[in-house]
Design a protein around this ligand. Structure first.
Ligand code: ADP
Ligand code: F6P
Length: 320
């Protein structure tokens, strides 16, 4: 193998740049050229491709976002889109691709692998919702951002003796909400994986108030069935505690990656290069029980990530 490509796809995540850097330098160390593909699969089809060298990835390990830009590309879901991408790979002499993104991006990597371009996926999303890995690049930074933001909300909630109802990202998953909720000491954490009656949350607030608690934080995953605005209204009516809703939004996707994200991205990028350079494609790398692992993409996409109900229970017990 003489030349590979690297792209970032789907929602960006802090640490993607560290992964790109690791991919480029790991490949160069094996004498393999690396082409940076801009704007994910869309840029692959439209030939937005430039060569990367060791210096192209200098000074990016600490930066959020992705220097390669990211995109969502509906055209790539169709066979014609994948075939077009294969032609571009042939034209540019790209013999394998490292795809840094979430499970949607891995589906694209599988399609491309099946058409003869070996692709290896590197898990990167703030949602930590990829089943084949315990950890996804970006999760730790996003959790820290949420905690930082909610600490600020706590200051004002404390001053006004209010309840702050905060929506965090996560798409259909509650991993970000759970961990951040524990870290900010939320009275309740509402996630799509667990049914919860808001009346029960209000009862908990009433009990805590009688015990002297004066301000409250409720962390809500965006995939939960009731919106933060509605939850705030219900809490205010049922408990008499003045409540405010906040949607943290895309601030959670930005910022300098934490140590964990930089290190994890560096290891996972390196592992992906090891595979693709042997001509092994249709794989995703991941991190399980302290080890770097890899799986067939199809198998990885069939896996189910269990929600840690035991930890949710602990969070519930210690919030009173
Ligand atoms: P993520 O990778 O973060 O889960 P998306 O689900 O938006 O993000 O997927 C990113 C891109 O991956 C899509 O825009 C599309 O180009 C490609 N993709 C997603 N699903 C598929 C699929 N089923 N088949 C082929 N390509 C897909
Ligand atoms: O997958 C990452 C994520 O930030 C989700 O948490 C969120 O649901 C989604 O992407 C938002 O996507 P967009 O950037 O298209 O608004």
């Amino acid at each position: 193998m003489k030349r590979i490509g690297v792209l970032t796809s789907g929602g960006d995540a802090p640490g993607m740049n560290a992964a790109v850097r690791s991919v480029v330098r790991s490949a160069l160390s094996k004498g393999i050229q690396v082409m940076g593909i801009h704007h994910g699969y869309s840029g692959l089809m439209n030939k937005e491709i430039t060569e990367l060298n060791a210096r192209s990835v200098s000074d990016i390990i600490h930066r959020g976002g992705t220097i390669l830009y990211s995109a969502r590309c509906p055209e790539f879901r169709k066979e014609e889109g994948v075939e077009k991408a294969v032609e571009v790979c042939k034209e540019f002499g790209i013999e394998g691709i490292i795809v840094i993104g979430g499970d949607g991006s891995f589906r694209g990597a599988r399609d491309l692998s099946l058409k003869g371009i070996p692709c290896v996926g590197v898990p990167a999303t703030i949602d930590n919702d990829i089943s084949s890995t315990d950890y996804t690049i970006g999760f730790d930074t996003a959790m820290n951002t949420v905690v930082d933001m909610v600490d600020r909300l706590r200051d004002t909630a404390q001053s006004h003796e209010r309840c702050s109802v905060v929506e965090v990202m996560g798409r259909h998953a509650g991993h970000l909400a759970l961990q951040a909720g524990i870290a900010v000491g939320a009275i309740s954490i509402l996630v799509p994986e667990i049914q919860c009656d808001i009346k029960e949350v209000c009862k908990k607030i009433d009990i805590a108030r009688k015990d002297g608690k004066k301000h409250f934080i409720i962390v809500v995953a965006e995939g939960f069935e009731t919106t933060v605005n509605d939850i705030a209204k219900i809490v205010e009516v049922m408990t008499g505690v003045e409540s405010r809703a906040t949607i943290l939004g895309h601030v959670q996707r930005g910022g300098n990656p934490t140590v964990r994200d930089r290190v994890m991205a560096s290891y996972l990028g390196h592992a992906a290069v090891d595979l693709v350079c042997q001509g092994i494609g249709n794989r995703v790398v991941g991190y399980q029980k302290g080890e770097i692992v890899d799986f067939d993409i199809y198998e990885a996409l069939q896996m189910v990530k269990p929600f840690p109900f035991d930890r949710y229970k602990i969070a519930d017990i210690i919030s009173m």
